[in-house]
Write a protein that binds this ligand. Structure first.
Ligand code: OAD
Ligand code: ZN
Length: 252
């Protein structure tokens, strides 16, 4: 299942970095974006996930995010999330870099998590930048939430198409990628940049590059090892094979 090279590289790795995408949370019941049942088959990113669309039709965008907030509030981390949280304890440096906004890595116990695309639990005012919790926002079932300080439109704290990634998670993610001895790309279609450039940054800096995905992606030719399986199945197995631990199987 795993090569001897991967096991020995991982055992001796000082630094490990893991880039995750929507496939990581698929087994928790969060729909992915692309592919047959992907969200972008049913919904249009240009109408839901960009700032101009939000200004044009904040009601529609808020309807979409209320739906996603409710959905994500009901799901639980899966065995893959738990396995990564256990792996973090075995290495000097271990960073999860995620494109997911669902908070599931932290809920599974991962400590160093760089959220490149924001977090669905957070919201802020587009006028004065005041922070608002989900609790306040979801207290009302419909309409556009407005700031109690300046009256401005409140938006979810997620990155939309055409927006720059926040500097802090980005810089830390580049550093973690450059420093990594082993880099995993897990459950991402590897088509959305700049996140998709991080595995290549890691590889150029000498990392052993491993991809875990249900199918081959644009990254696959560059990977040292491609594992075409579910991450929720593979990560607990890897944990067991490499460290002799089954702690990652918490929910099995
Ligand atoms: P995608 O939906 O593009 O890709 C999900 C990937 O996960 C696919 O390659 C699937 O084959 C794979 N996959 C599905 N189930 C899996 C499983 N159980 N185990 C392993 N792999 C599995 O999602 P992302 O690559 O995360 O951005 O998409 C990147 C960004 O595009 C998102 O963060 C979002 C989206 O538009 C914004 O909204 C800014
Ligand atoms: Zn405000």
């Amino acid at each position: 299942m795993f090569s001897k090279t991967l096991i020995s590289n991982l055992k001796s790795a000082q630094s490990v970095a893991v880039l995750t995408g929507a496939g990581m949370s698929a087994e928790s019941g969060v729909p992915t974006f692309r592919g047959e049942n992907g969200l972008w088959k049913k919904f249009k990113p240009e109408e839901l996930a960009n700032f101009e669309a939000f200004i044009r039709n904040p009601e529609l965008v808020w309807e979409w995010y209320r739906y996603r907030k409710h959905l994500i509030a009901q799901v639980q981390p899966n065995a893959g999330h738990y396995a990564l949280a256990q792996m973090e304890k075995r290495h000097k440096n271990f960073a999860v870099i995620t494109q997911n906004i669902d908070n599931l890595h932290r809920r599974a116990g991962s400590k160093t998590v760089h959220e490149l695309h924001g977090n669905i639990d957070c919201n802020y005012c587009t006028g004065c930048k005041k922070y608002f919790s989900n609790e306040k926002i979801l207290a009302r079932e419909e309409g556009v939430p407005r700031c109690d300080k300046c009256g401005g439109l409140i938006r979810p704290d997620v990155v939309w198409f055409g927006e720059l990634l926040p500097a802090e998670p980005w810089n830390s993610s580049v550093e973690a990628s450059e420093r990594s001895d082993v880099f995993f790309s897990i459950g991402t279609s590897s088509v959305v940049y700049p996140a998709a450039s991080l595995p290549l940054v890691a590889k150029r800096a000498g990392a052993y590059l491993v991809e875990i995905n249900l199918e081959a992606t644009e990254l696959s030719p560059a990977a040292d090892e491609v594992i075409l399986q579910k991450s929720g199945d593979m990560l607990p197995l890897l944990l067991k094979e490499c460290y002799g631990s089954t702690e990652g199987n918490k929910i099995l």
